[in-house]
Design a protein around this ligand. Structure first.
Ligand code: BYC
Length: 314
């Protein structure tokens, strides 16, 4: 079959909502884009454990501690499903992890900000997981089968994450003056970085056009960002707090909230490795990898032993 025939069969499947599976023919660029996006997503889950892990030992009660541990464990699980999904495209896990550890691979900008107070755990759950889930609900319908199926389970867990974040902030918002101030301060610091999670404006998004044609993405960065602003602008009223944007205003004509300009210089600085915690995050991942060397060695030795005939192994 000619390459044109193969491309036609591939695009017809996409147009007819048939998932692309690992053994199907696919254009090299489709394979590469999926490996890039899925591995970045996996790295984001794994690095995302760090800012929250920071508060496990300081959670204010046993209940909050148990919830936070469960959430951080969920993120590890998400990373593992996603690495497995990227592996079905021919990329090895060792290679993906090596790119993360060397700083070559990207991961979400949001995890390069520090978690300074307990209220940040609520703000991360509500805003960061809230932004993540809008993007991820769309990815449940992405065209690559193993990625779409991984996202279904991830979304179920993420919705619990977002709700627990909101509930935690709700408690603070009804607490003492000091707790209220802590809640507002966390919202002030996490709002703009959360909006950046959706990626650059559509006009600056290098991958969007092709990814939309291949139905890897179903909504553009700006569409999802607007959906997020509309959702949060309503939810904040329940908290009785304010979003730190003087330009946030309902636009009756558009039937959407207008909002202020994002600081794109800050976004690109963070993406390039110059955010407040980029170096700290990579150092923590490298240390965890080095400290885990003995586990990998033991697992390989055990696997080798299992391969030997029984008499020899004994
Ligand atoms: N940060 O052409 P564009 C979570 C890069 S974790 C850093 O629009 P695309 C959680 C982009 O990679 C959930 N880099 O790209 C975990 C591209 O560079 P390359 C994380 C960014 O891929 C723990 C360039 O900018 N979610 O839920 O079409 C605790 C141009 O952008 C960012 C995912 O990973 C960014 N924010 O669209 C709590 C979702 N934005 O690769 C919570 C999966 C853009 O060409 N990913 N860049 O060198 C996606 O849906 C898409 O990759 C994006 C970007 C919407 C993020």
């Amino acid at each position: 079959m000619s390459i044109q025939d193969l491309e036609k069969i591939f695009q017809d499947k996409i147009d007819n909502e048939i998932k692309i599976e690992p053994k199907d023919w696919m254009p090299e660029a489709y394979r590469k884009t999926n490996i890039r996006q899925i591995s970045q997503h996996a790295h984001s889950e794994v690095v995302g454990m760090l800012p929250e892990g920071n508060w496990i030992s300081r959670a204010p009660s046993l209940k909050r501690k148990a919830i936070l541990i469960a959430k951080v464990q969920d993120e590890a699980g998400h990373g593992l499903y996603l690495y497995s999904s990227a592996e079905t495209l021919g990329s090895s896990r060792d290679e993906m992890i090596a790119h993360l550890l060397s700083g070559k691979a990207k991961y979400s900008s949001i995890f390069n900000y520090p978690t300074l107070t307990w209220a940040d755990m609520g703000a991360v759950g509500w805003l960061v997981d809230g932004a993540a889930i809008l993007n991820q609900v769309m990815l449940c319908r992405t065209s690559y089968g193993p990625y779409a199926r991984a996202m279904v389970r991830i979304c179920k867990e993420e919705s619990f994450h977002q709700r627990q974040g909101f509930e935690s902030l709700l408690v603070l918002s009804r607490g003492t003056a000091e707790q209220k101030a802590m809640c507002q301060d966390a919202i002030n610091r996490w709002w703009w970085p959360s909006l950046m999670m959706f990626g650059p404006k559509d006009s600056e998004s290098t991958n969007s056009d092709q990814s939309m044609k291949w139905k890897i993405k179903r909504k553009t960065n700006d569409e999802l960002r607007q959906q997020f602003v509309d959702m949060i602008a309503e939810q904040i009223k329940v908290l009785g707090m304010k979003l730190p944007d003087a330009d946030l205003k309902w636009n009756e004509e558009r039937k959407h909230y207008d909002f202020g300009e994002i600081n794109w210089d800050e976004f690109w600085q963070v993406v390039k490795g110059n955010g407040p915690c980029n170096k700290q995050r990579l150092a923590a991942r490298n240390k965890a990898h080095d400290d885990g060397e003995w586990v990998r060695e033991a697992a390989i030795a055990y696997a080798e032993k299992k391969k030997q005939p029984k008499t020899q192994a004994a």
